[in-house]
Design a binder for this molecule. Structure first.
Ligand code: Z57
Length: 838
């Protein structure tokens, strides 16, 4: 191991020390950071010290780009996207920044010359799990693409102290453990206390007349919370752009403490501080469902108000008149979680900046745009009026006034249609009164988009039908996409190198170029390289599973993977029915010729979602029996990989042969895991749901395993009256599967354990597992057949990857820029405006 180099004998400039990209320079900077930041030298440094030293070395190389970007945006007062999201599921930063800076190989060499392994150091990073699943990860992919396309943008959200819980599996059950992602410090963020803002909560309002004789409202809050921004640079791929992710932490304002301190109530002041800090304490762990908790509403107004105030500060600093707010910023609302922005922007413009209602309303509508991510009724946010009044009395008044004007508009367009008024009102008055956040978002925005073609169509026909009839011009589709930088270049270097060796590396920024791979689909040499890469990656996962789960897996078996949040509509239990079907076939005929399969599951269940947790228990219980039954002879293995995360996902996607996308049609808004699997050469078995429809269109129906009812067929069946018991009685294999579970075969004879799950299937089956069962089994039998034809499978795998160009998040962001944001790239030149040294 080398020692710290002597600075005197080296003639590097300080700038080079902080920005240089040569291996020599990187080594020096690394040791320098180890010494001066971590206070360690190689002999006593831990792995984490090395990780931190490397992270700071990389951060130093980002800062010049970051500062340059900020200066140029400020000088030009560039039009900017504000992406408001309660979740940003970023994944580890280090590897991604190495890829985007284009210094992965140099750094690998630099650390290896110091006797270290880069993969080892990357493994050290605790990822910021500040999101639940698809919605939060989409926000992260979009930040990557905006930076890569040189689009000025700010991501705004909450810096949760505890992100999504860590998942452990004990006795087959999910157990939640608090996520302490900050406990070793976070080298990627910089706190900006100088830009703190204050957010009010509770209290009451008072009307008064101002000096111009105008009616005004004063809000006397019960509580004030301070928001402190923490900034993380978001680097584009091989550009000089470094945008910002700005996350807010909640603190108690000092002035409040002081009052209490002076009165001698020191502990009371500390108490107050703790109450305030609660606001950014923890991420709500529900994906696709809303709980209606008070603290959650407080989190929403907190980050929305902080962010809008921050934007107004920027507008003033850049000498843009507030009347032109909508020219400087476009604010994209990631679902309804930030929909309170409609009322908050109105309040800021009217109450705090003296603007009139009509002008404020124009600016608000022109600035805001709303993305819907769900068709599930339980995910549509509604807040009880009583809670709203208690926490946000002024916002409730504003919402009532918006509603008044809005309903007048509806009356004018649809005279005499009182039922329509009742359906469209911002207030649900059918029982206890609620504020409907999706309605607020629709009314207050100039654009409403769904996240896949089918989803947008269903929004227009069903969930938001009245709004589509009222404002057809606001509706548009923006099919989701994923970033190829993280989800193939970083996570699958072997495939990346093979692809680039054939078609160059333009595809990394222009994913449609992957289509040039089609020219090699009949090249036996290429096909065999493709196959051996997949096989090597599967081998890596085999080793991981052996070490993690103690299960021996056959690397030649089909790696059949379902990795996503647990939810009944996603139907992980349909997958379970297939496993048991194969198991029953083996039990009935142990010598049956079966294509070996490894069923791999990953994903978390919301802690309060009993049925989802029971499904996890079922999968683990099936694994315990199937994996150890001598009759099975290792032809089937069931593996539950605990604590699925972005970091882990990067390992899983490249290893898949088969991607399970089997939601009930009409329920999955888009899905994005489906895209990541296919991009890495997995074939999909899926329903015609969400973006599956478009993936199949792109890869060709011969290269996609489709099954099951379509969305219209689902509605028709439910309308006719669906009777799951009929399927149970008439389908011999299905009955045997259900009876096998009911018999206690997977629960040590306990016939009660899975009864709630079985009852819900037999007597309700809301997500039509029984109706789709036979089609699914038949389709899986076809998969097993095709897999036996190695060459055919490889060909299909290559064509899948080659035809995924559409699903780059770069394409999605270009579409947002064109149709909604009206924003053009602002290229950043390095060097001229800011030097690292005076
Ligand atoms: C979430 O992850 C999604 C929707 C929601 O309403 C909430 Br809350 C969380 C997901 C959808 O379920 C996926 O289908 C979609 O691909 C993803 O959002 C990104 O749009």
């Amino acid at each position: 191991m080398q020692t710290v180099p002597n600075h005197q004998v080296d003639n590097l400039q300080i700038e080079d020390d902080r920005t240089g990209l040569s291996v020599e320079c990187l080594k020096r900077a690394f040791l320098d950071n180890l010494f001066y930041v971590q206070g360690k030298f190689p002999k006593i440094a831990t792995k984490n010290d090395y990780y931190m030293a490397l992270a700071y070395t990389v951060r130093d190389r980002l800062l010049q780009r970051w500062i340059n970007t900020a200066v140029i945006y400020t000088e030009r007062a560039s039009r900017t996207v504000s992406y408001l999201s309660a979740e940003f599921l970023m994944g580890p930063h280090l590897g991604n920044n190495l890829v985007n800076l284009g210094i992965y190989d140099q750094v690998k060499q630099a650390v290896s010359e110091l006797g270290l392994d880069l993969e080892d150091l990357l493994e050290q990073e605790e990822e910021p799990g500040l999101g639940n699943g698809g919605l939060g990860r989409l926000a992260a992919c979009y930040l990557d693409s905006m930076a890569t396309l040189e689009i000025p943008s700010l991501g705004y959200g909450i810096r949760y102290e505890f992100g999504i819980f860590d998942q452990d599996i004990r006795d087959g059950w999910q157990v939640e453990i608090t996520d302490k992602w900050l406990h070793c410090g976070n080298p990627w963020e910089i706190a900006r206390p100088e830009w703190e803002v204050y957010v009010r909560l509770g209290g009451h309002t008072e009307a008064y007349t101002d000096e111009h004789g105008r009616y005004r409202v004063r809000w006397i809050p019960f509580q004030v919370i301070k928001g402190v921004p923490h900034d993380t640079p978001i680097l584009g791929y091989k550009t000089n752009t470094a945008n910002t992710l700005r996350l807010w932490t909640a603190e108690a304002p000092e002035s409040f403490d002081f009052a209490a301190f002076n009165s001698g109530d020191y502990l009371g002041a500390v108490q107050e501080k703790m109450v305030s800090e609660n606001l950014s304490k923890v991420l709500y762990p529900n994906d696709d469902s809303s709980q209606g908790k008070r603290l959650r509403l407080a989190q929403q107004i907190f980050f929305v108000s902080c962010s809008l105030q921050d934007m107004i500060r920027i507008v003033f600093r850049q000498n843009v008149p507030l009347e032109k707010f909508h020219e400087k910023f476009v604010v994209q609302l990631n679902d309804t979680h930030p929909a309170i922005a409609v009322a908050e922007l109105m309040r800021l413009l009217i109450d705090e900046h003296d603007m009139g209602w009509d002008q404020a309303w124009q600016i608000t509508q022109k600035s805001l745009a709303y993305t819907n991510h769900t068709l599930l009724p339980e995910a549509l946010e509604r807040w009880p009026i009583s809670l709203f009044r208690e926490l946000l009395p002024r916002h409730l008044e504003i919402i009532y006034e918006i509603n008044y004007h809005f309903l007048e508009e509806v009356k004018a367009k649809f005279p005499g249609d009182s039922d329509r008024l009742r359906r469209m009102s911002l207030i649900d008055e059918s029982g206890e009164k609620y504020v409907r956040m999706a309605h607020l978002a629709c009314v207050g925005s100039h654009s409403i988009n769904g996240v896949a073609a089918l989803h947008t169509k269903l929004l227009q026909q069903d969930v938001l039908r009245d709004f589509y009839q009222m404002y057809p011009e606001k509706f548009n589709n923006k099919t989701n996409g994923v970033t190829p930088r993280r989800f193939i270049v970083l996570s699958n270097p072997r495939l990346t190198n093979l692809i680039s060796s054939k078609i160059g590396d333009n595809w990394i920024k222009h994913l449609e170029d992957l289509k040039h791979l089609e020219a090699f689909v009949d090249d036996p040499e290429f096909c065999s390289q493709w196959r051996s890469i997949k096989s090597a990656i599967k081998q890596d996962l085999v080793a991981y599973i052996a070490q993690q789960n103690g299960i021996t897996v056959n690397p030649d078996s089909i790696f059949d993977i379902q990795a996503k949040r647990f939810h009944e509509y996603k139907r992980q239990h349909l997958n379970a029915l297939h496993i048991i079907t194969l198991y029953n076939r083996i039990k009935a005929n142990p010598d049956i010729d079966i294509t070996p399969r490894t069923f791999i599951f990953g994903g978390k269940a919301a802690p309060g979602y009993y049925m989802a947790k029971l499904i996890i228990k079922l999968l683990n219980s099936i694994g315990d029996v199937v994996n150890n039954d001598p009759d099975v002879r290792d032809r089937l293995k069931v593996v539950f990989l605990k604590d699925y995360s972005v970091k882990f996902a990067q390992r899983v996607y490249p290893a898949a042969d088969l991607s399970e996308q089997i939601s009930m049609a009409g329920k999955e808004a888009s899905g994005t895991g489906n895209m990541k699997f296919a991009l890495n050469g997995a074939l999909t078995i899926g329903t015609l749901d969400g973006a599956n429809v478009e993936i199949r269109e792109e890869v060709g129906e011969d290269n996609f395993f489709i099954f099951g009812l379509t969305a219209p067929e689902v509605y028709a069946l439910k309308a006719r009256g669906y009777r799951p018991l009929d399927y149970y009685h008439s389908n011999r294999e299905l009955k045997a599967v259900i009876d096998r579970i009911a018999s206690g075969h997977f629960s040590h004879g306990d016939t009660k354990l899975f009864k709630p799950l079985l009852d819900s299937l037999l007597y309700r089956d809301e997500y039509l597992l029984f109706a789709d069962y036979q089609a699914y089994i038949d389709c899986q039998d076809r998969v097993s057949q095709v897999y036996r034809d190695r060459d055919r499978w490889t060909r299909m795998s290559i064509l899948n990857a080659a035809r995924m160009g559409k699903f780059s998040s770069d394409r999605s962001i270009r579409d947002y820029c064109q149709d909604i944001w009206n924003i053009k790239p602002v290229p950043i030149e390095l060097g001229e405006c800011i030097q690292a040294k005076e």
